[in-house]
Design a protein around this ligand. Sequence first.
Ligand SMILES: N[C@@H](CCC(=O)N[C@@H](CS)C(=O)NCC(=O)O)C(=O)O
Length: 223
Amino acid sequence: MADRRPQLVLWGVSTSRTLRALWALHELELDYEQRPIQPRTGETQTEEFGRINPRRKIPVLQDGDFTIAESPAIVAYLSDVYGTPHNRLIPADARQRAQWLEWCFHIAMELDATSLYVMRRHRDLKHIYGDAPLAVDSAADYFQTQLRHVVHALGDDRPYLVGDRFTSADMLLTTCLVWAINYGVPVPPICCDYTGRIAARPAYQAALRANLPPPPKSSEEPS
Ligand SMILES: N[C@@H](CCC(=O)N[C@@H](CS)C(=O)NCC(=O)O)C(=O)O
């Protein structure tokens, strides 16, 4: 009998980074299986997960015997391997690809790691990483300063960051903008309009649903 196990397995739910991987799976209309583990639940600390990702971070994608972590890399891998000319998430043209990479690094480094994740670590997760209100305020200011480059790029009614089609740079940016808006960081109207438009994509809506954590197990449920 043929092996019916799905090829693609995504580990992780409930974070902005897991959402990116799920979003790509839905944009590319791929079948996948979920392992809905969550951060800070102990589920990233198991022996099984440590073998899959020694960094003990979600998301992680398994594609048969291949494993890849880091949300922008997962999205790029999926597009490279499974994208079609119609739905690929990476530009084909060399110069546009360079600009796409420039945006991906800018968003992952400046908007995510240096700004929003600092706010998360030192405000929401201060019980783990330490209370640092000055760092939180400074990270929020830095986010707004760095966002000026996005405002400039989206000027002249440009619908997407790179070229004339949707790419994974738009996925990274949208997840950061939604994150910032939820954190109460002021976001200019042009970015709010952009976020609303991109977030209306059916694949984003499907990914949001798939990114919901599983309901807590009731101790009264029969085992
Ligand atoms: N740069 C990574 C960040 C991944 C990351 O930090 N994941 C956190 C949750 S957002 C995690 O898995 N933490 C493990 C834990 O707290 O158990 C990416 O973009 O995928």
